[in-house]
Design a protein around this ligand. Structure first.
Ligand SMILES: Cc1cc2nc3c(=O)[nH]c(=O)nc-3n(C[C@H](O)[C@H](O)[C@H](O)COP(=O)(O)OP(=O)(O)OC[C@H]3O[C@@H](n4cnc5c(N)ncnc54)[C@H](O)[C@@H]3O)c2cc1C
Length: 279
């Protein structure tokens, strides 16, 4: 595959501080050279980052780049979702990453949407058909799923409600991605499934996050990263090698693109893309 033609997208989260916003601006500047298909901006469940997400989306949109806000529906009413959607549509936003989200522990589910598929159907009923709707996929299965079979069926159903493409949770084992894509195609899913890629930066942060979202760090990778202890340059060098090799395998095996969880930093993502010959 000619890596230069691969579709690339970058995910950011809305920063909480001015300093965070400066870092984000720098990351956006650095990453635009890769001519991404779009930048996406996360949205805190329960609307917790609503205004900040909106500001970052606006900032990126005004710079002339394609931007896809994430929208999570857990805890929201239809009226709230409609006004959020209308606000984005009136600003010319044409693509969305639609999610259920996770309520913070202790908060009861009071909203009118139970699953992301409800939000996909809602957007399809409220917005023009040229809107692009993206959904999440879990090659290692969603942590709350009762079984792989049920999770796959829920994914199939979510896509059938009107999604145009899916972006996966990150993973470090290419085989789970290829298996998931094959299984999804067997049950009739025919939209592109873009692998989500997490550059490796700080091991303990990655380990904590991976445990909570159900992404497995292969034992040999975990053991090596642990053994590097405080040697952050060794962690980053090894992490770069692991993630570059993963991306090579994904692209050589036919993955239609790569979606990077940048964590609002550009260096690791840039290094991976350069290793892949995507410049
Ligand atoms: C690319 C990507 C981006 C993300 N961005 C954000 C973000 O910006 N903000 C945020 O808060 N979170 C985000 N998340 C995290 C996501 O919200 C969580 O993983 C959440 O737990 C599930 O969201 P979902 O949209 O995949 O849910 P769903 O597709 O609704 O699935 C959630 C669970 O419910 C099950 N399920 C689905 N339908 C049914 C049904 N009909 N009956 C019974 N069970 C069912 C599924 O099997 C799964 O276990 C993101 C995740 C990914 C992969």
């Amino acid at each position: 595959m000619d890596n230069a033609s691969v579709e690339i997208s970058f995910e950011f989260f809305p920063p909480q501080t001015e300093k965070g916003l400066e870092n984000l601006d720098r990351a956006i500047d650095d990453l635009t050279v890769f001519k991404p298909d779009f930048f996406s901006v996360t949205y805190g469940a329960g609307g917790s980052t609503q205004e900040k997400t909106f500001d970052v989306v606006d900032r990126i949109g005004k710079s002339g780049f394609n931007v896809a806000p994430h929208i999570s529906c857990i805890g929201a009413t239809r009226t709230e979702m409609k006004s959020l959607l209308d606000r984005y549509l009136s600003d010319g936003i044409r693509r969305f990453v639609t999610l259920r989200g996770d309520l913070p522990s202790g908060m009861a589910q009071t909203g009118e949407f139970k699953f992301a598929s409800d939000l996909v159907s809602f957007i399809r009923s409220e917005a023009a058909s040229d809107i692009e709707v993206m959904v999440a996929a879990y090659p290692e299965y969603h942590p709350q799923a009762r079984s792989p079979k049920e999770d796959l069926e829920h994914f199939r159903h979510k896509v059938s409600c009107g999604a145009n493409r899916a972006i996966t949770q990150y993973f470090f084992n290419a085989d789970c991605y290829f298996h998931f894509v094959e299984q999804a195609q067997l049950v009739g899913v025919d939209v592109p499934i873009i692998p989500g890629v997490m550059p490796i930066d700080k091991f303990f942060q990655l380990a904590r996050f991976s445990d909570s979202c159900g992404a497995e760090i292969p034992r040999w990778v975990r053991r090596k990263l642990e053994a590097y202890a405080d040697d952050s340059s060794a962690i980053q060098e090894f992490g770069l090698e692991v993630v570059t090799n993963l991306c090579h395998r994904l692209l050589n095996g036919g993955a239609p693109g790569l979606h990077f969880y940048t964590m609002n930093k550009s260096e690791k993502t840039q290094a991976i893309l350069k290793n892949l010959g995507i410049v």
